[in-house]
Design a protein around this ligand. Structure first.
Ligand SMILES: Cc1cc2nc3c(=O)[nH]c(=O)nc-3n(C[C@H](O)[C@H](O)[C@H](O)COP(=O)(O)OP(=O)(O)OC[C@H]3O[C@@H](n4cnc5c(N)ncnc54)[C@H](O)[C@@H]3O)c2cc1C
Length: 403
């Protein structure tokens, strides 16, 4: 159920009575969380109102229209919280949900390893039980935002004798400890949004194990389904105000989203394709016209697919196959847009640095779009998922399969 007009009126009234722009961010978000209006799609007993995912968007708009700020955003909200809501115990939810909503805890995802990306279940980071604690040793890679995170959702192997999917467990790892070393990676587009993370006997309490030992793969599938559905919470809009509370929320978002400032370029900037073609007088070139048309076609079909996925979520259904299609559409749009920008820019597209190129942003597009086909599961893996799980085609051979 979405937010009805009665709910919306009730929420507006609540915000009017409680919003105090001179207060502090965590206290305001705590109040908002406890009212259930900050994340109305969450269950009633956990800071929500049991409404549909669409209601969160309406709630964000009401807060904005009222001059107020909403909950924290990012990986914590779109990957960690839904996974915890599905799998965590009551004491775990009590400890972790509120700091996610208030933004007091920032999170990262510690899944991929140098030898385990697409074949994630091959991961080799080790977790060994030591009394009331687990000891973690090994390495992760490509971990976005790990340099700023307080906690990581971690997949580690707890049983090296079990079959590979069964020997994995899912943990919540405190990142701020000496045995966790985060090394930023330098990307070819000049940014450093992801990291290598090394664990040298890092420790976490047993109560940070999610589900049972060996159940990690099933928990991870929940996280991956949310990741593939590509509904990352966007950078929030903020009301025009210099009040302490609005400024604090803006500063928090600026810091968090600085890591992701190249993501619009990663998506190909498709909306700039057609205006750029006109601006640079290239819109009569047949090859450019063809590419512009292809980008426009992809954008429209992607939008319709996203709307179908949104309708499914609003109807209370879990993220489904349209998530994989949407993600693939995003990759195709990014690649086609990059091809179009390259055709329009010609040789100036290989220049970068504001002093040499007037097309700085577009030059960044050309070296950022490859990441779109890799992050959150590669295009080839998405195609395998569609083929096997959606179309029911025979499974591709796996290592160890008999001829
Ligand atoms: C921008 C970005 C952000 C990321 N953020 C995170 C993060 O926060 N946390 C995290 O844990 N990870 C993160 N990743 C890592 C990402 O999940 C992995 O890069 C991805 O799963 C692919 O793994 P890989 O890089 O090891 O490539 P590989 O799995 O080695 O793949 C190499 C190539 O082989 C192909 N391939 C592999 N297996 C098959 C198959 N069975 N059939 C057909 N083709 C196949 C792939 O499609 C690809 O083209 C991020 C990656 C990017 C680019």
């Amino acid at each position: 159920m979405d937010l009805s007009s009665k709910d919306a009126d009730e929420m507006r009234q609540w915000v009017k009575e409680h919003w105090d722009p001179s207060g502090d961010l965590v206290s305001w978000r705590t109040q908002l969380a406890e009212s259930g209006w900050g994340a109305p799609s969450w269950p009633e007993q956990w800071f929500g109102r049991g409404l549909t995912a669409g209601s969160d968007k309406v709630s964000r708009q009401i807060l904005y229209d009222s001059g107020a700020v909403g909950m924290a955003s990012g990986v914590s909200m779109y990957l960690v919280a839904p996974t915890l809501l599905e799998w965590a115990t009551e004491p775990q939810l009590q400890r972790f949900l509120l700091p996610i909503l208030t933004g007091s805890h920032k999170w990262c995802q510690l899944f991929s390893e140098p030898g385990a990306g697409s074949d994630l279940a091959s991961l080799a980071t080790r977790a060994e039980r030591d009394g009331d604690e687990w000891v973690i040793s090994g390495q992760k890679v490509w971990n976005s935002g790990a340099q700023k995170a307080d906690y990581g959702i971690l997949l580690a192997r707890t049983d090296f004798t079990a079959t590979k999917h069964q020997g994995i467990s899912f943990f919540l790892l405190p990142m701020k400890q000496a045995a966790v070393e985060v090394r930023p990676l330098h990307q070819m587009n000049g940014h450093s949004s992801f990291n290598e993370v090394f664990f040298d006997e890092a420790r976490l309490p047993h109560e940070n194990l999610i589900a049972s030992q060996g159940d990690g793969w099933r928990v991870a599938l929940t996280t991956l389904a949310h990741e593939r559905s590509a509904v990352a919470t966007p950078r929030p809009k903020f009301p025009l105000s210099t009040s302490p509370l609005v400024m604090a929320a803006k500063t928090e978002a600026d810091e968090y989203f600085a890591t992701y400032s190249w993501y619009p370029q990663r998506a190909g900037r498709p909306r700039l394709v057609e205006p750029q073609a006109r601006l640079l007088g290239k819109s009569q070139i047949p090859r450019v016209r063809q590419l512009v048309a292809e980008v426009e076609t992809l954008q429209r079909t992607s939008r319709w697919t996203t709307q179908r996925a949104g309708a499914a979520r609003s109807a209370g259904r879990a993220p489904g196959p349209e998530g994989s299609v949407a993600k693939l559409n995003m990759s195709m749009t990014a690649m086609k847009s990059a091809a179009a920008h390259a055709a329009i820019l010609e040789t100036t597209g290989v220049l970068s640095g504001s002093s040499v190129s007037p097309h700085e942003v577009l030059a960044e597009v050309l070296i950022s779009t490859p990441a779109q086909s890799i992050a959150g599961g590669t295009d080839e893996i998405q195609k395998n998922i569609l083929a096997e799980r959606v179309l029911g085609l025979p499974k591709e051979p796996r290592p160890g399969d008999k001829e």
